[in-house]
Design a protein around this ligand. Structure first.
Ligand code: 13P
Length: 255
């Protein structure tokens, strides 16, 4: 399955910094062959990303969206506004939105449905907190988060859906999940998709790992049978290190 490596910049990079990053990353583009590479800048930097990546195979993602097409939703952004800047994917339900902004499973589900309906590829984030893991609730949390989203999906949607398993305790902590834990979670996601939509449709789904991904650990995740990509925060902020990370991921699946 084709790898998808996405940079989640969170609240980093002005338009000027985005333009400089795009210029630098493009220099290495020939080394990314066979990998879907995606950068997800803040909304205000989307035009700079669109201009900076014109004619490039590197794609652009947004970090969030609203499920309504338009309306009185101060501070929110609609899919049509993202599409206008060549955005092809959108991160939905990131743990920082769930835990810092109070985003609910229902809202995440509405966003995934609306993204797919507008032709955007959702990168659906899910994962347990440290307390939930300690209490042995990891499986139950993933089941709950996924079941809300699955309720509004059809089997054919899976081929345009990416699920990012991001255990909350691994995000920005330097404490990455073990390969066994990452594989268990990804395999569970496939199993739940297969139970609901059938094994054949579940094969269309791609699962990423996210949480303290670095150049020295990305290869071990990419080599796992159920993982075909990564969602990267801190290590995606410098073009040189993000490029090295993509190349390391590619190398891991070539042999
Ligand atoms: P870090 O790679 O900085 O741990 O962040 C992961 C993340 O939240 C990506 O969405």
């Amino acid at each position: 399955m084709r790898l998808i490596i996405a940079a989640n910049w969170k609240m980093h990079k002005t338009a000027a910094a985005t333009a400089a990053f795009c210029q630098a990353l493009r220099r290495d583009e020939a080394l990314f062959d066979g990998v879907d590479v995606l950068i997800c800048p803040p909304f205000t930097s989307l035009p700079a990303a669109a201009a900076g990546l014109q004619g490039s195979a590197i794609k652009i993602g947004a970090q969030d969206m609203h499920w309504e097409k338009q309306g009185a939703f101060t501070g929110e952004i609609a899919t049509s506004m993202l599409l206008e800047y060549g955005v092809s994917s959108v991160i939905i339900g990131h743990s920082e939105r769930r835990h810092l902004m109070g985003e609910t499973d229902q809202q995440v589900s509405l966003k995934v449905r609306a993204a797919l309906a507008s032709g955007l590829q959702p990168l659906l984030c899910l994962g347990e907190t440290e307390t939930e893991r300690e209490q042995g609730k990891t499986v139950a949390v993933i089941e709950r988060q996924l079941s809300y989203v699955f309720e509004s999906l059809a089997a054919e949607d899976l081929s345009n859906l990416v699920v990012a398993y991001e255990p909350v305790w691994a995000i920005g902590t330097g404490k990455a999940a073990s390969v066994d834990d990452a594989e268990d979670a990804a395999a569970l996601i496939y199993r739940l998709a297969a139970d609901r939509f059938g094994a054949e449709s579940a094969k269309g789904l791609r699962v990423q790992y996210g949480g303290s991904v670095r150049v020295d650990n990305i290869g071990s995740y990419m080599a796992l049978p159920s993982i075909s990509g990564a969602l990267v925060g801190g290590a995606s902020l410098e073009a040189v290190s993000f490029s090295a990370l993509i190349q390391a991921a590619r190398k891991a699946i070539l042999h």
